[in-house]
Design a protein around this ligand. Sequence first.
Ligand SMILES: Cc1cc2nc3c(=O)[nH]c(=O)nc-3n(C[C@H](O)[C@H](O)[C@H](O)COP(=O)(O)O)c2cc1C
Length: 353
Amino acid sequence: MKALFSSLQLRDLNLKNRIVVSPMQQYSATDGIPGHWHLVHLGSRAVGGAGLIMTECTAVSPTAMCTINDVGIWNQDQVAAWKIITDFIHGQHAKAGIQLWHAGGKASSKHPKEGMLPLSVEEGGWLPMSASSTPINAHFPKAMTLEEISEVKEQFATAARNAVAAGFDTIELHAAHGYLLHQFYTPLTNKRNDQYGGSFENRTRLLIETVIEVRKVIPAGMPLLVRLSATDYSDDVNAWTMEESLKLAAILKDKGVDLITASGGGLVQVDQSIVKPGYQLHMATKIREAVQLSVGTVGMITDGQQANSIIENKEADLVVIAREHLRDPYFALHAALQLGETPDVPWQYARAF
Ligand SMILES: Cc1cc2nc3c(=O)[nH]c(=O)nc-3n(C[C@H](O)[C@H](O)[C@H](O)COP(=O)(O)O)c2cc1C
């Protein structure tokens, strides 16, 4: 069997293959409740054969959202709506993961169709909050108080409990792409001088404490994942470094994190000339080797052979595929055919394969 189609065990979770549908924001919900769009979008990618279907970034509170059309999991209406989706995914022999998220200083934005500019309080928005008042793109967040930091940790824990009730098999904390947890650990946006700012220990404190709080409320057999921006892709001498990512990954492993997906950036414009097939793979491989932790790799993985060789060469444990899954919801079925494997086709579609 080709390595891409081998199973992966993380605690009690068994994935049928190494292909993950990467979280992709859809900006298509009302009141944070996933609807028909989300069922069809995530459901068709489960039909398409990926082993793990990740939700888009899912807000832990109303003010954690980027736009008012994001999804959330802070209340029971949302839990009930997610349960329909996880049930469908399970019916396709796939597993469901939820990416828990707080947008921090990037919160309160207009819909992408309106250019994603900040949504002012007068227009129905709210004041975004971050580690510090450092502007992020066109946003001017307020620096969080210690009380607000503690509330956010509780919101992550409540959201994690809700995710378990909604039938998710795993939880990923979104600590990348310039959102709140990343805003704390990178010196680019963290200018605090209390216990949450300054040293590496202080800047990573919020993420580590969030991991501890979430781990406490989810079953021992449920794997916990973290998505990191392993690099800021910034020339600033103060930017987050790969060395810090390795140090952080070792601590996260110790606190009960089972897999890290190494992404990057989110706060500065990325030089597009570096964006080529598998451009972020080296960071995942470094974490895997240095920390002896399972890793996912994301970024420009678009082909079955390419995906298989990453797993075969033990460069990563999971291939996390975003845009190619938008072009081809049946990526995993097509990759199986390409690699000479028998695709796990739903019986309703068997006559086509
Ligand atoms: C439409 C779209 C929405 C995205 N939303 C999220 C998100 O909710 N959470 C996240 O971590 N990354 C998000 N991303 C980033 C992807 O998960 C992925 O990291 C990035 O697109 C690179 O992978 P790719 O080359 O396979 O597309 C999004 C990307 C796209 C294209």
